[in-house]
Design a binder for this molecule. Structure first.
Ligand code: C2O
Ligand code: CU
Ligand code: CU
Length: 515
């Protein structure tokens, strides 16, 4: 029946009736129950944890600030210092990894001009941006390298240019966003090689809050990778040049999991912190790995991670967690008060979903108590409407599931593979919809353009980490989740997709067209 019979069928959770109703067999392996994917092992000795220093990506300077802000970015091959004794070739924005951070401000339009000196076309997407369709980084809106004459990918209607100015209105609240490659069929290898960075938006409301800032506002990009003997990045793509045949080789089709955990591009780094409050902006930039993050040891009394923001910006009020689950592409901003540990204490950020080395993320060395005039206010976002079921006029259901098509493994939405011309949904501009999402395995479901709120999980309440404005939902195997989405900002065609990047590249993406 299946050309992929060597894959294990290892789905622990019972499937919802919607999935069983389709009668599609599950044929892809899952390693463990916490991430959907297969571990790719490095071919060199793993670096020792907590020996490398945490670095913070540099903030990109605007080239002009009249008429909004302008930035210039060149995408090129660079050499990154990740492992001792060798350098690692990466694809970087400005050739560096970690990639530069954009810090911008609500109400000040931003133009980012990208030039591409990589050997492949690219697409830049601002993840979490409320962006007009022409600037959102549609998967076939290619930015061509100078040397490449033409490229259509798989789509005759592809739009190709050599310089692309992405215009972002920045009509959205303070939030931790990120930008990354989004080329049709090749997003997984593009991001794996380094094409991802932070884009942090601030606004007056956030600045008026007594939150940690400056060096105590730490963006932390968590991403797993695997390395070859010579220190280069390993990735099991079908094609070497990443130009024609998309996808990864078996047994990695369910997702590529690396055995080295990088934070801001450094393996298991260590950093010194004052005994004071910090804002940690946690981003899971991994292709497929999910994390359950916890600080170890916990301080007396627990309640270690005080979440203040979600994907789309500040929560209405802080939420205290002892651990948080973070699926690919999700962000959570948490406040950690390091004065709760004794000076000299080593506090390790651990991943309870990992084992052995992948169970470690990074380490903080707590210093002396330092002066700190920050607080965690009881109210954060002043303007936070809670959406109600009755606000929605349309309900749709979206099933995320794998299928073998003529012996080829594909990931589908409602039985359809991604095609630029196939529209899965046509919401009306200004309307609000409920989408019921269900999947066979873990599928971090991401919508472009609009942030949403989570209404329900299974038959119960949203999970503690589901609150706030979300753009990515950690959909669990067989569990129905309901989200409510206002399609408010712009008309046009946008994608929604699974943010397990191997699933995305192997067709688990759809279009919605706002009219
Ligand atoms: Cu993070 Cu469609 O992207
Ligand atoms: Cu996005
Ligand atoms: Cu998926």
């Amino acid at each position: 029946m299946s050309g992929l019979s060597r894959h294990r069928l290892l789905v622990g959770a019972a499937l919802g009736a919607g999935v069983l109703g389709l009668g599609i067999p599950l044929t892809v392996g899952v390693s463990g129950s916490s991430s959907t994917g297969t571990l790719l092992r490095s071919r060199r000795a793993l670096p020792a944890p907590f020996t490398r220093r945490l670095t913070v990506p540099p903030v990109l300077r605007p080239t002009s600030v009249t008429d909004g802000e302008r930035y210039d970015v060149v995408q090129r091959v660079g050499q990154a210092d990740i492992l001792d004794g060798v350098s690692t070739p990466i694809w970087g924005y400005n050739g560096i990894f970690p990639r530069p951070t954009l810090r911008t401000r609500r109400g000040r339009p931003v133009t980012v001009t990208h030039r591409n000196e990589l050997p492949v076309p690219t697409v830049v997407h601002l993840h979490g941006g409320h962006t007009p369709a022409a600037h959102d980084g549609y998967p076939t809106d290619f930015l061509l390298p100078e040397a490449m004459r033409d490229h259509r990918g798989h789509h005759a209607g592809a739009v190709t240019v050599r310089h692309r100015q992405y215009e972002y209105p920045m009509n959205q609240p303070a939030a931790t966003l990120w930008y990354h490659d989004h080329r049709m069929d090749f997003t997984g290898p593009g991001v794996w090689r380094g094409l991802a960075g932070f884009h942090l938006i601030t606004d007056d409301e956030e600045e008026a809050l007594p939150l940690p800032s400056g060096p105590r506002d730490l963006p932390l990009m968590i991403a797993d990778r695997a390395f070859d003997r010579d220190g280069s990045l390993l990735y099991p793509s079908v094609s070497d040049d990443l130009l024609d045949t998309p996808g990864v080789t078996p047994p990695y089709q369910a997702g590529v999991l690396g055995d080295v955990i990088l934070v801001n591009g450094q393996p298991w780094p260590v950093t010194d912190v004052d005994g004071a409050r910090y804002r940690l902006r946690l981003l899971n930039a991994s292709n497929a790995r999910r994390y359950r993050l916890r600080l170890d040891p916990p301080p007396p009394g627990g309640g270690t991670l005080v979440q203040i923001a979600s994907d789309g910006g500040l929560l209405p009020a802080p939420i205290t967690h002892d651990h948080i689950d973070l699926a690919p592409a999700e962000r959570m901003d948490v406040i950690v008060d390091f004065s709760r540990w004794a000076p000299g204490q080593r506090v390790t950020l651990i991943n309870e979903f990992g084992d052995d080395r992948t169970g470690l993320v990074m380490r903080f060395r707590v210093g002396d108590r330092a002066s700190d005039d920050t607080r965690i206010p009881e109210r954060l976002a002043g303007d936070y409407p809670t959406l109600l079921r009755s606000d929605a006029t349309v309900t749709r259901s979206m099933v995320f599931q794998s299928q073998d098509v003529n012996g080829t493994h594909r990931w589908l939405i409602n039985g359809e593979p991604y095609h630029p011309d196939h529209i899965h949904a046509r919401p009306r501009l200004g309307s609000t919809e409920i989408w019921q999402l269900v999947g066979d395995l873990h599928h971090p479901v991401h919508l472009h353009l609009s942030h949403f709120q989570v209404l329900a999980r299974g038959t119960g309440e949203p999970r503690p980490t589901d609150h706030g404005w979300k753009d990515t939902l950690d959909l669990l195997p067989g569990e129905l989740a309901e989200i409510i989405i206002p399609f408010a900002d712009y008309p046009g065609t946008y994608v929604f997709h699974c943010h397990n990047l191997e699933h995305e590249d192997m067709m688990m993406m759809g279009n919605f067209s706002v009219t």
